[in-house]
Design a protein. Structure first.
Ligand code: ADP
Ligand code: MG
Length: 338
């Protein structure tokens, strides 16, 4: 379940659990109505960054401990994430009805069925003004734009290459229907991978970054990193005994773009750590990988044939493979200029 600010607060109240009503009540009691509601909205924003179950478990803990501000909820959430501790909800709640991104009216009703009775205005009998909530929702829409910027910043694209800048006429052999479909991000929802294969200059990195930008627009947590950069980051983290934390961070992205395993062989340590990232993400999140050498050469890059085979097995399982068979765009451009 993601906190979709386009949805009105009133609709939202129908699918959030009863404990959030109690939290809202305790916030307004402690902070006054206006401040309390605003602060409560900050808790709702946490749904964008964290799984629904974790937010709700943190809200439960806050209630239990009489913590009456969003800072406290955030603290609980981050503390739990950092230590790798799992917060167990106090009551075994049925969260099957919650999806990260409920789609349309169907998911909405689905959520309600699982949530039971709470309908707007009936909450826990809280005397707050619906008008104030709508006002705050307005404020949130403005925040939505900031969120896109944040997603893009977090993704760390080397260069902004939005979809519009990719010239489809230059690549007649590309399956345009498939590429458009991928731009719709359905593969992220299905946790499928995409592999761009082809020679240098065919636009693999450009396409991967363009799909990444689309993912950001759809509010998916995205990260772009070169294989080499990631391997180095992992080795560094291991030296600082931060491996667990880094692996967890990488398992939380909805989309990880791994650019170019390249030509430089990894150290055994590097490939083992990279393998762990892929293993943690397996079936939890999507990966886009751009690669130059044919699959057969990957053993050279990753060293150990057993690790390579296992890695490829994970990557290619459920993957869409796009073969960039056309000639280099760069080459064509420079020939044109002559
Ligand atoms: P690869 O990763 O396959 O080596 P790149 O994505 O780095 O190729 O592309 C090389 C250069 O050509 C980049 O500057 C890229 O923006 C540009 N380019 C490649 N294909 C296209 C295209 N179809 N339309 C516009 N620019 C392209
Ligand atoms: Mg490239």
């Amino acid at each position: 379940m993601s906190f979709n600010s386009a949805r009105s607060i009133r609709q939202w109240r129908q699918i959030w659990p009863e404990s959030l009503n109690l939290l809202l009540e305790s916030f307004t009691a402690a902070q006054g109505e206006t401040k309390g509601i605003k602060d409560f909205i900050s808790v709702l924003m946490l749904y964008d960054e964290h799984p629904a179950g974790e937010v709700e478990a943190a809200a439960d803990l806050a209630l239990e401990n009489n913590i009456r501000a969003s800072d406290g909820v955030l603290h609980i959430l981050i503390y739990a994430n950092d230590t790798g501790a799992v917060i167990v909800p106090y009551e075994a709640r049925d969260i099957a009805g919650i999806e990260r991104k409920p789609e349309g009216i169907e998911a909405f009703h689905h959520g309600r069925r699982h949530r039971g009775s709470s309908t707007p205005g009936q909450g826990a009998g809280i005397g707050y003004d619906e008008f104030l909530l709508e006002l705050t929702a307005f404020e949130l829409r403005a925040r939505g734009e900031n969120r896109l910027n944040r997603r893009i910043r977090e993704a760390k694209f080397p260069l902004m290459k939005p979809l519009e800048t990719f010239d489809l006429n230059a690549v007649p052999d590309l399956d345009i229907r498939l590429f458009r479909e991928l731009a719709g991000c359905g593969y992220i929802q299905e946790r499928k991978n995409i592999i761009f294969l082809g020679r240098s200059g065919t636009g693999k990195t450009h396409m991967a970054a363009a799909l990444g930008a689309e993912a950001c627009k759809n509010n998916y947590r995205t990260r772009f990193v070169t294989c080499c950069g990631l391997a180095n980051e992992l080795i560094e983290a291991r030296e600082e005994r931060q491996s667990r934390r880094l692996l967890q961070r990488y398992s939380r992205y909805d989309l990880l773009i791994l650019d170019e395993p390249g030509y430089v062989p990894f150290s055994r340590e590097g490939s083992e750590l990279l393998f762990q990232v892929l293993a943690e993400r397996h079936e939890k999140g999507s990966i886009i990988i751009t690669a130059n050498p044919g699959f057969a050469d990957w053993t050279q890059v990753f060293g150990d044939p057993v690790i390579t085979a296992a890695l490829l097995d994970r990557l290619t399982h459920k993957a869409r493979i796009i073969n960039c068979t056309w000639e280099s765009y760069r080459l064509k451009q420079s020939l044109k200029r002559k």
